[in-house]
Design a protein around this ligand. Structure first.
Ligand code: AMP
Length: 280
């Protein structure tokens, strides 16, 4: 029977000393470590990252931490879905060896004063609407990387700009961690799985897949970006933060050097902000 199919108690660590002790045990015999950072409320998209990490590495660490640094005061930090027991149950049997569950004061003690500021792929798109976001993400990811010291870290293409920012940070700071991107896991109707989908009312949930359909229509040349914005709003979406075609590597504007293109979108459906993207 493969190791991942056995029911076993996943180790948990809530403090840095506990994490270090568990990691030392995992690393015994030279095992490689894969890492999947998350904010919890785990769904099949997260679990696909864990399974993939396990296919690349001997052991897998998953962190669950809702990172206050990446939320603006007006955003959903307080109501972000949290379900630790359910998350740990979902991690059974997918190849996770250790769950790291730090509290806010473990990651940001009172004397914590540092921030990582990113330019390049962090400029524009999300940053135009969430100026604090990538500084918060880069700071927490670099801190988690330093604590876990993985060989490989797996991120979802669902957050395509974030994946580009993490790749740039790892390259710029010579972190020596292999960053692996995984395709977006979707519902049967095309809606990208997201912890925030739990906020959607039944009526909003019925409208939500139109975002993916519109991105496909733009990709296939059946619709312009401007028409898609109008049609999505007519279907019930609210403010369109952006729908933009960008260079997939730099996330800047398309240039003659552009090798591949990515269509990225963020828009509101009621009180929920949805993001999605597609290769073009
Ligand atoms: P989050 O918990 O939302 O911070 O996401 C943790 C990781 O899971 C990030 O690398 C996300 O890009 C990834 N992820 C979230 N949703 C999906 C999805 N539907 N498919 C693949 N990866 C995802």
């Amino acid at each position: 029977m493969p190791d991942t199919a056995k029911p076993f108690e996943i180790a948990r660590a809530r403090t840095l000393p506990a994490l270090k002790a568990e990691l030392a045990a995992l690393r015994a015999g030279g095992a490689t470590i894969g890492f999947v950072p998350t904010m919890g409320a785990l769904h099949d998209g997260h679990l696909a990252l864990v399974r993939h990490a396990r296919s690349l590495c001997d052991k897998v660490v998953v962190s669950i931490f809702v990172n206050p640094l990446q939320f603006a005061p007006t955003e959903d930090l307080d109501r972000y879905p949290r379900d630790e027991a359910g998350d740990i149950a979902r991690l059974q049997g997918v190849g996770c060896d250790l769950v790291y569950l730090p509290t806010v004061d473990v990651l940001y003690p009172k004397n914590f004063v540092s921030r990582i500021e990113m330019a390049g792929p962090a400029l524009g798109l999300e940053t135009d609407f969430r100026p604090q976001f990538f500084s918060g993400v880069a700071t927490v990811v670099s801190k988690l990387f330093n604590q876990v010291r993985p060989d490989v870290a797996v991120f979802g293409e669902k957050d395509f700009q974030q994946l580009a920012v993490v790749r740039a940070m790892v390259r710029d700071f010579d972190m020596g961690i292999e960053i692996v991107g995984m395709p977006t896991v979707r519902e049967a109707d095309g809606l990208a799985l997201s912890s925030r989908n739990a906020y959607l009312s039944p009526e909003e949930r019925a409208i939500a897949p139109k975002l993916h359909q519109a991105l496909e229509a733009i990709r296939d040349g059946r619709m312009t970006i401007d028409t898609a914005k109008i049609e999505l709003q007519a279907a019930g979406f609210g403010q369109v933060d952006y729908i933009a075609l960008r260079d997939a590597d730099t996330l800047g504007e398309i240039t003659p050097e552009t090798k591949s293109r990515r269509l990225l979108a963020a828009l509101w459906l009621g009180k929920t902000r949805l993001i999605d993207n597609l290769a073009v």
